[in-house]
Design a protein. Structure first.
Length: 418
């Protein structure tokens, strides 16, 4: 591939004259004229800086910034930079679980010339890492990521990255990557006009943050955030579908068929409420004068109950769920998914199911049919598994060596300069 050739040429030329910006390569002028024409091999960050230049700046004309310049972030938030170690992990995982994924599916598609440099054409021109979350104190909401003008994506809370927990990796980062990237695609090609009609009148831009995801689904939104407006709804469907296993997605659709209610439960009755089969979560607690909980606000499934409030069951022992909002949440979500599938295939030659298979195959151990494998009631995190080429090295450690191998290269350059 051209990318591999460029990588080899980059290493050869750097040994002689140092790393140059993209101004003289075959991709045309860079949009980052301030980039130094030579990286400092004595710098502690040389390995990561070199990896970023070789894997992002040169092939994609994209700047991957982990040093958090004050001019590139909203300083109204109380933010701190990402650590070097977490930045290394995020850099290699972004390539592995985002850029490499799209390269793979575009290579498999029956594409044309527009697909050759898909991520160079449609990807962001900057990814900014921030170590801390961005908390809006006024609304109590947390911003996971931000796409600006189809050019820049900011990822927050990078210092919370934990490669041992794939669920958290998805919640904090990878779902956000697909979400923000699809915002950029929407700026290149507008989403279908009729998409916003599916849930017309149900969007709630002012109070979406007060909802739980599970409740939003019964109204036809895959997450509470999707109910903010139709543009967020569109990309939330794509992002959640891509990182969800078939079983997880089916569970979301099942949740969309049920009804929910919030009720006050006295502290003396909370144990019974937790164990009646309808309990979901406690959303609020009221304390008495001694500071002890006296009343809990409980979110639970809406079911048929007897005069004592005990849930009724059918002849097979199943709860009798009641959904009284007059909306078929499952049908609405499936209708939205169909629109998203058509959009990505029509305008970008992206098969959403192929995209999901590629993503899941990199996140989890999968069977011969590409389905994630479970062990001890959890999907097996592929990052922690041995590589095929070397059973003594895990996948995440193998990815990290893409950066750390430049430590030896830095030493070679320093020796040449002496």
């Amino acid at each position: 591939m051209k990318r591999n050739l460029l990588y080899s040429l980059l290493l050869l030329s750097s040994a002689l004259v140092g790393f140059t910006s993209c101004n003289d390569d075959e991709f045309g002028d860079t949009i980052f004229p301030e980039v130094s024409d030579k990286l400092d091999p004595t710098s502690a960050t040389f390995p990561l800086d070199t990896f970023l230049m070789a894997n992002y700046l040169i092939p994609y004309n994209m700047r991957f910034d982990y040093k958090m310049s004050d001019t590139e972030v909203n300083m109204e938030y109380n933010l701190i930079p990402a650590s070097y170690e977490k930045s290394v992990d995020m850099a290699v995982l972004t390539k592995y679980l985002w850029y490499d994924v799209y390269e793979a599916i575009i290579d498999r598609a029956t594409g044309d010339a527009r697909d050759e440099f898909f991520m160079k054409r449609y990807g962001p021109k900057m990814i900014m890492l921030v170590g801390s979350p961005a908390i809006n104190e006024a609304s109590g909401t947390e911003e996971r990521g931000l796409a600006e003008g189809g050019v820049k994506i900011t990822l927050y809370a990078v210092n919370e990255l934990d490669v041992n927990n794939m669920n958290d990796l998805n919640d904090l980062f990878f779902r956000t990557m697909h979400h923000e990237f699809n915002h950029i695609l929407n700026q290149s090609v507008a989403m279908p006009d009729d998409f916003q009609e599916i849930s017309s009148g149900s969007y709630d831009p002012m109070n979406w943050q007060t909802k739980e995801d599970i409740v939003a689904r019964t109204s036809g939104f895959i997450t509470a955030y999707a109910s903010k407006d139709y543009s967020e709804d569109f990309v939330e469907v794509i992002a959640n579908y891509v990182v969800s296993t078939p079983e997880q997605w089916e569970r979301y659709l099942l949740e969309a068929t049920r009804g929910y209610e919030e009720v006050d439960v006295n502290a003396s009755e909370i144990t019974q409420a937790r164990n009646d089969g309808t309990f979901i979560m406690i959303t609020e607690t009221t304390n008495d004068v001694t500071g002890r909980p006296s009343v809990y606000k409980v979110l639970r499934y809406t079911v048929e109950r007897d005069e004592n409030g005990t849930p009724l069951r059918d002849d097979e022992g199943n709860l009798i769920y009641v959904d009284s909002d007059a909306l078929d949440g499952r049908a609405l979500i499936e209708q939205k998914l169909a629109k998203c599938r058509e959009y990505l295939m029509t305008y970008f030659a992206i098969d959403m199911d192929d995209l999901r298979r590629e993503v899941l195959g990199k996140m989890y151990v999968v069977d011969a049919d590409g389905n994630p494998v479970m062990q001890d009631d959890a999907y097996i995190n592929k990052l922690l598994q041995p590589t095929v080429s070397d059973p003594t090295v895990t996948v995440i450690d193998s990815l990290r060596t893409q950066v750390t191998r430049f430590e030896d290269y830095a030493e070679q350059l320093q020796n040449q300069q002496q």
